[in-house]
Design a binder for this molecule. Structure first.
Ligand code: PGA
Length: 257
């Protein structure tokens, strides 16, 4: 329903894995398993130092390079940080913000994530904004309330023309890297809820254009069923994005929607 209004996106999240020298061999292996996708945009979010290598190696398959985090500051004395301008300079088209690992290990809060999304938009980089509940929150039946809050906070002050360039990734924390995937029904329920939040703020015409991804142990086996859901417009994939054959299978699963 209405999927034609938005992009399907398969984004890999390499986290702190791989080396620049491994980018080209990875793409070569990917080429053995897939051709340039006509059904989705393919993105690989690598550690920032590998972005130029990804831009170069990914051209033929039309794979876009993405970052995994950005500083909320524009430039200056912020040792260890990377700015949106620097990501753009390296060739990034997308950048993840608010991943649960950043929230958990680096104390990132919703206000900071909102600021990061804004600096990316200013530079024309699409933010992939991650939201998702913990197992405790799910068990206490707080999932939708919490995720709705995260989405509203992340989009605070972002206008309708800019929100169309934002991607939301629903990643239940209990499903990340655990091998426990949300069922297609659970994932769809929350993704549909996220779209309803966007609809309430920006209206139906905007809400139907925003791509909402599912992430959390998405793999070659379960991708097709998840991607077939009406409000799931793609995936944010960790573990399986490190395996070329599996990642290619997930990309190809978008053709079956
Ligand atoms: P996973 O990671 O696919 O390994 O669960 C997803 C993510 O953290 O984005």
């Amino acid at each position: 329903m209405n999927k034609r209004y938005r992009k399907t996106i398969i984004a890999g999240n390499w986290k702190m894995n791989m080396l620049s020298s491994e980018v080209k061999p990875f793409i070569e292996q990917l080429k053995e398993n897939m051709t340039k996708s006509k059904t989705c945009d393919v993105v690989l979010c690598t550690p920032a130092v590998m972005i130029p290598a990804m831009v170069k190696a990914g051209k033929e398959l039309k794979i876009a390079a993405g970052g995994q985090d950005v500083s909320k500051f524009e430039k200056g004395a912020y040792t260890g940080e990377i700015s949106a301008a620097q990501l753009l300079d390296a060739g990034a088209k997308y950048c993840i913000v608010g991943h649960s690992e950043r929230r958990q290990y680096h104390g990132e809060d919703d206000m900071l994530i909102n600021a990061k999304a804004k600096v990316l938009l200013e530079k024309g980089i699409c933010p992939i904004i991650c939201v998702g509940e913990s197992l405790e929150q799910r068990e206490m039946d707080l999932t939708m309330e919490y995720v709705a809050y995260q989405v509203k906070a992340a989009l605070n002050g972002i206008d309708a023309s800019q929100v169309r360039r934002c991607v939301i990734a629903y990643e239940p924390i209990w499903a990340i890297g655990t091998g426990k995937t949300a069922t297609a029904e659970q994932a769809e329920e929350v993704c549909e809820g996220i779209r309803a939040v966007i609809r309430r703020i920006y209206g139906a015409r905007v809400a139907r254009t925003v791509s909402i991804l599912y992430g959390g142990s998405m793999n070659a086996k379960n991708a097709a069923e998840l991607l077939a859901q009406p409000d799931i417009d793609g995936g944010l994939i960790g573990g399986a994005s490190l395996k070329p054959a599996d990642f290619a299978t997930i990309v190809k699963a978008t053709a079956e929607e």
